[in-house]
Design a protein around this ligand. Structure first.
Ligand SMILES: [Zn+2]
Length: 242
């Protein structure tokens, strides 16, 4: 009787352990499923990003947003339209970043208009490390020139990172071709407010200023600017990995 009840206790223990193991496995499966559902990325080229930072290869995932598109031309001067300039810069940046082994997703690859919340959804479901929206400035005062990088932190959200990213990009942007730096500025913009990852908006010079306009109509300058923006992103990400 004593032997039997010992056996019973042992059996109960084993049974209990097995139940717990199966139960625990189900919970982790459920959690795994849930986390996949929550963060599911619709972006084909970013969806396979491994979880955690891929430190060994220094491979980053970056979303670039060429401002405006389609019926929204952005600012313009003569036949120069912001939507075309931003797309060129973004494509040059993508090529450069890809060449360094990074994965880049452009919110648009062609001349089409995306709703701001659509851009927000792309950014937030992308798994990306950073987000940069590219624009061109304009002003009635034709003397205004130079590059400004804008950031926004909602209630201090990622403030430190966003300021760092903005500073890093602004610093690199003005390295070539005589661009003037107008510094970084905090501005409440929807495209930055919706972003859950560190993101900034670069205003790549003033189309209304003669010197900036000359730069913006020169492919070599646009390419160099794109590379400098890219280096600003990489430098920030390298720094934040340390
Ligand atoms: Zn714009």
């Amino acid at each position: 009787m004593l032997f039997n009840s010992k056996k019973k206790v042992m059996f109960s223990c084993v049974f209990f352990t097995l139940v717990m193991l199966i139960f625990a496995k189900n919970i982790s499966l459920l959690n795994g499923k849930n986390s996949i559902n929550i963060t599911a990325a619709p972006l084909e080229n970013i969806v396979n990003k491994p979880t955690g930072k891929d430190v060994s290869s220094k491979k980053y995932y970056i979303v670039l947003d060429p401002g405006h598109g389609g019926i929204d031309k952005g600012t313009s001067y003569g036949n120069m339209e912001e939507k075309n300039i931003t797309l060129k810069i973004a494509k040059y940046a993508k090529t450069y970043l890809n060449g360094k082994g990074n994965v880049v997703f452009l919110t648009r690859e062609e001349d089409k208009l995306l709703a701001l919340d659509e851009i927000g959804d792309i950014v937030n479901s992308s798994y990306a490390d950073a987000f940069v929206s590219i624009h061109v400035n304009s002003l009635n005062d034709k003397d205004f020139k130079g590059i400004t990088t804008l950031y926004y932190d909602l209630n201090g959200y990622q403030k430190e990172e966003r300021v760092k990213l903005a500073n890093s990009i602004e610093k690199e942007c003005v390295k070539n071709d005589g661009w003037e730096s107008r510094g970084i500025r905090r501005q409440n913009l929807a495209v930055l407010r919706y972003s859950k990852i560190p993101g900034v908006l670069v205003e790549c010079g003033f189309i209304t200023n003669e010197e900036d306009r000359k730069r913006l109509s020169n492919e070599k300058v646009l390419k160099k600017l794109a590379e400098n923006i890219s280096n600003g992103i990489i430098n920030y990400l390298d720094e934040s990995e340390k």
